[in-house]
Design a protein around this ligand. Structure first.
Ligand SMILES: Nc1ncnc2c1ncn2[C@@H]1O[C@H](COP(=O)(O)OP(=O)(O)O)[C@@H](O)[C@H]1O
Ligand SMILES: [Mg+2]
Length: 467
């Protein structure tokens, strides 16, 4: 169990390793980086994520010294490096198209930079040995690049970049050339190596899962600016804009107009549960695979699960089946309700909807969506409810939930571990719901053209201002 969480960005005393201060980079009259200010801390694994052309490589090239900022400053350990040449910076950059010397062995490729620096022979040997061990290439030291696999070549390039023990390693799409499985394995190796060496890594990727897997923080970029910087869990669970919500993972964006809900008066008349209401899901006793199998509610997708495993389990312990993951700080919705009329074991009922937040009018003929976690200052505004598909339940009968939508299954994407249902809601809006295929026959009864009910809690979505 980690007793202290690595989060120097929350520590006002922490000195950043890198500071971008109002950095602008123009090429002619084109602005590639637009007045960017950002701190990055020692030992961070910082990921830059964004569409092609948003300025990721330009930012890295300025750090490495291949480009100079048009305006602003870049500091390394408090010192302006704007005019320090690349080879005088404690920074190494590994490019997307790294090239190994084909005629040199793995060993000699790794030793190359050290020899150029005319280091003593035994020092070079010791360092190369250490790098070989770190990247698990000991057995391949004498092979030529064409005699090893793509993943191994990638590790040689990494070992070569780390050999000079840079303070900062810049990785520009380092895994782009690898196939998916190898890429995933290499991601874990990268994390391992980063931890063992204590080097600060900045990685550029256009693959959001990769960024979420490896990074301590993710910066989402758009047109030369950083739109949001946060830990992967916050980026996923609490995006600050429709752009970020839409860029990271799969999301339903439901547009409507917000209306503030009364903060403390009792919620409006409860709907009587319909006779066909499902029984409550079994109360999970322990996070065993059996309880996963029994669970009938929505499940997080693999990304969400991986994030939980990576980030939250050291803090909160193992996966707890009946506690939906909610990262935004506890809202009124989660506050314990005094004098609840039901016994603790009773299923959640519509009258349990916490007060406050927003209601969203989104489609004529449809009940307003209740978002108890919505910010009441958005009253009267055009808003977007960002709702992750794994937060929606799907059932053939109307569940007893704060928000229910009736629709028809148009498409089903079966992905083995999960299925995504594309449901057309009455009125024409398409909504995706994702369910884990934990039980072999579960949900097989839901098929194309079926009438279904989608349901979600009053805090399942994030209410964002429409841009
Ligand atoms: N040397 C250059 N001259 C002119 N325009 C450039 C140059 N380098 C990059 N750009 C432009 O700056 C923008 C950002 O490029 P880049 O940083 O490579 O984006 P990314 O790495 O995010 O795909 C792009 O529109 C690109 O065309
Ligand atoms: Mg690039």
């Amino acid at each position: 169990m980690a007793d202290s969480v690595f989060a120097p960005w929350n520590d006002p005393e922490a000195k950043p390793l890198i500071q971008f201060k109002g950095v602008t980079k123009r090429f002619g009259d084109f602005t590639a980086i637009d007045d960017l200010t950002q701190n990055i801390y020692e030992r961070e694994f910082f990921a830059l994520l964004g569409p092609s052309g948003c300025g990721k490589t330009t930012l890295m090239r300025m750090l490495a010294g291949f480009e100079e900022p048009t305006e602003g400053q870049i500091l390394l350990n408090g010192v302006d490096i704007g005019h320090v040449p690349p080879n005088k910076r404690a920074v190494n950059m590994m490019f997307q198209s790294y090239a190994l010397f084909p005629h040199l062995s793995v060993y000699d490729n790794i030793a190359f930079g050290l020899r150029r620096e005319k280091k003593p022979k035994d020092e070079i040997h010791a360092r190369v040995k250490e790098m070989l061990r770190l990247t698990r290439l000991d057995r391949f030291a004498q092979r030529k690049p064409h005699q090893i696999s793509g993943g191994q070549r990638q590790r040689v390039a990494l070992a070569r970049s780390l050999a000079k023990a840079p303070k900062l390693l810049l990785l520009d799409e380092p895994l782009g050339a690898l196939d998916k499985k190898l890429r995933e394995e290499t991601q874990f190796e990268l994390m391992d190596i980063q931890e063992k060496t204590g080097t600060t890594f900045i990685i550029v990727t256009h693959d959001q899962e990769e960024a979420m897997t490896v990074a301590s923080r993710v910066a989402v970029m758009d047109e030369g600016r950083i739109v949001q910087v946060a830990t992967p869990d916050v980026i996923y669970e609490a995006p600050n804009s429709v752009y970020v919500a839409d860029f990271i993972g799969d999301v339903n964006l439901i547009r409507g107009t917000a209306r503030a809900r009364p903060a403390d008066s009792p919620p409006e008349a409860a709907v009587e549960p319909t006779p066909e209401t499902k029984p409550a899901p079994p109360k999970a006793t322990a996070s065993t695979s059996a309880s996963i199998a029994e669970r009938t509610g929505p499940q997080p997708n693999t990304l969400g699960r991986a994030l939980h495993d990576k980030l939250l389990s050291p803090i909160f312990g193992k996966w707890i089946e009946d506690e939906p993951r909610r990262l935004p700080p506890p809202s009124a919705a989660e506050a314990p309700r005094a004098a609840a009329p039901q016994t603790p074991a009773a299923p959640p009922r519509p009258q349990d909807i916490p007060p406050g937040g927003l209601e969203i009018d989104w489609s004529t003929g449809q009940a307003a969506i209740i978002a108890a976690n919505g910010d009441p200052v958005l009253d009267g505004e055009k808003v977007v409810l960002a709702l992750r598909p794994e937060k929606l339940g799907i059932a053939k009968t109307r569940p007893d939930a704060p928000n229910t939508l009736k629709g028809k299954v148009i498409d089903i994407a079966y992905l083995g571990n999960i299925s995504t249902y594309h449901v057309e809601i009455e009125g024409g809006v398409m909504v995706k719901a994702q369910a884990a295929n934990t039980r072999r026959i579960a949900r097989r009864d839901i098929t194309w053209e079926d009438e279904v009910w989608l349901s979600f809690t009053a805090t399942a979505g994030v209410v964002l201002k429409d841009e």
